[in-house]
Design a protein around this ligand. Sequence first.
Ligand SMILES: Nc1ncnc2c1ncn2[C@@H]1O[C@H](COP(=O)(O)OP(=O)(O)OP(=O)(O)O)[C@@H](O)[C@H]1O
Length: 741
Amino acid sequence: MGSTLTAKPLFAHGLQLVSSGTLFNENSNINIEQILTLAPSVHEQVQLGLFMIRYALLWVMGVLSMAHLMGWFDMGDLKVPVTFLGSFTDTFLSSNDEPATLSATTKEELKELQEEEKAEAAAFQGFWAKAKLAMLMSYPAGQRRLQILLAVQVFFIVVDRYLNLMVPLQTERILRSLTQEGESSKLANFDYGTVVLYIFFSYLQRYSSIASVLQRLSREPVEEHIRQSITLRFFQHVHNLSVQDHLDFKAGEVMNVMERGARAMQGVSNTILLRLVPTIADVVIAVVYFWGWRYGALVSVSSAFYLMVTLFTGRRRAKFYRHWIEIDHSSHERAVDSLTNYETVKYFTAETYEVSQYRKSFEKWHGKSWKMSMVYEALDMIESLVWTANSLVGCLLCAYEISLGQRHFGSFMSFIVYIKQLESPVDMIAYYVNDLRRDFVSMEKLLKILEKAPTVKDLPEAETLIVTDGEIKFENVSFQYDANKKGLSNISFTARKGQTVAFVGPTGSGKSTLLRLAFRFWDPSSGRILIDGQDIATKTQQSVRQKIGVVPQDAVLFNDTILYNINYGRVHATREEVEAAAKVAQIHDSIMKFKDGYDTIVGERGSKLSGGEKQRLGLARTLLKGAPICLMDEPSSALDSATERQMQQALSNMSQGRTTLVVAHRLSTIMHADLILCIKDGEVVERGTHDELVQKALDNGGQGEYYNMWKIQLGQGDACVASESSSAKDDTSDSEADDDE
Ligand SMILES: Nc1ncnc2c1ncn2[C@@H]1O[C@H](COP(=O)(O)OP(=O)(O)OP(=O)(O)O)[C@@H](O)[C@H]1O
């Protein structure tokens, strides 16, 4: 039958159908007999001419776009303007030549961008190791149900390959059946089963077929598991890192790495298992089973070429996209910055200015966005051009072989159906390989943090700290945050059971650092910190921290209810215990005045509460913890005298029966401490009780660090607070200070 064919009509119709897109439409009604008998009409010849012109023009445009994107038109300083891509690519692609006027932030962003690009370029290094790791981390070990679902997915992947093979073959079978020898207007034995099977297979291939739905349903829990298990592992790891590690992170970085990393890990295993492997299998099937070496080679070579082109354009696309996102972000940040600084805006009545600035950033964004669409369109055009050329060559080859009588014409249909089927996965592979590159970069960032060991580590043989009396002893403790900065040197003191030791001194002298060392946020570079005779560096961090309550300078609260925030001190505490702690912290009455009482939401970091309320809430939280040792970094913010008195009462309630180390900003609050250490430049310059230090200075002609601070604070009006609290306990010290004035 094939020997009766002539190449010419089929060739013309093939081109026509290719050009109109009908050829690639599975459901189109192509009348093969008609194709075989008709000679090309004038109309068809005109169409063919138009088709040739259209594709010739497309090629020229494609080559021009490609040339521009690759920078072939760059001739030193002379840039040949290329119509629609001109200013956009000039702005972005020459971003390496940093103009001197770039701001520090922009330079930093550019540096980050370059580093990111380098990381992306190296993303495929160690491909197998990374892929294996992603697979291993994604495997639902020990979870039978998920393992079964994974097996179901593999089964569906095999079924998909079978369907991809059967649909084109079935098309060919129908054609063979339709064109069998028989009466001219009737077919002797037409096999209707072939049509039913074709429709059935086609149905199974559909997105909403039962097979596809089952496949997706089985995939969902596995994907969820991958994301959740990786996120949880990362979350736990980050919480186990030390304070220094947290300080080293940039704001928002951890969340970003966690979210993207978990998605990337899932993406890698999905891409490899569900996309890459199946599509390669499809190509291999085409080579081995379908048409022999000539078509196999054609499919392989054209797929590989197409892949290369889309990978190249994909990289460019990603680069443009990143730049565009940056502009988008800066516009977004501008808006957020403006809205969150609403108070400052109002102070300077700058509402109109803010709107105009935002409008400008918007206009910039719109301009870039449009140019970006142009670049995307150009890249899409290049891709579709390459694929169309591939299909054209394939169709011509197939038609030629049919014309020579080497093939049944039905194979023309099976060829185009298979090519059509392959187009989408091969197209997607290019995207997925690009995604894979990005995913590997995100995955690496996640792994880098996961590999990070905490700065402060527990010794392998570390034991639990057992507190009996709560005595704290610093023995020649020295510490530096970094080599270039003077830190603490040779600090020694003892806070016996129930005593209060206070640290005073100029800002930045290292007072808070002492508390951080006692809490094991850092370990001393030399010397020891002992609690009840046990070196805390040899005990587990958790056990040390469980025995110590901390009242920080600025109590940071969760954006939840007051109840939740106090309860955080001991999550299993009862409501009565929470209220009791609030009473001791002198905050209960204030809470009861709120409309929602304990159920009042405190806002972001406690923004809906006043400074004094926040501090006392933080105190209540620590009181509830009930630790035998207390570290207080006393609030430095100015409070009115009533709140100040409440706060002092709360603090003294807090230290009752507890060994307390307190950093004092107001000397009036620590006048009755058992020991006061005056710290200057990381060293203890004076020590003693308030009376001893004042007396020593008076004996010394009024010279003394503590005495000087005391005098200054009295002059600033703390005298009232000081004398009030002092007179309650010690008339002598009060009169001394007064005398001095
Ligand atoms: N994480 C850190 N990394 C590096 N240096 C730090 C770090 N934390 C604090 N420092 C530095 O250590 C020094 C002592 O800080 P510290 O907070 O102990 O001072 P302070 O006496 O409590 O000050 P203030 O009274 O203002 O709270 C300061 O110079 C500070 O800049």
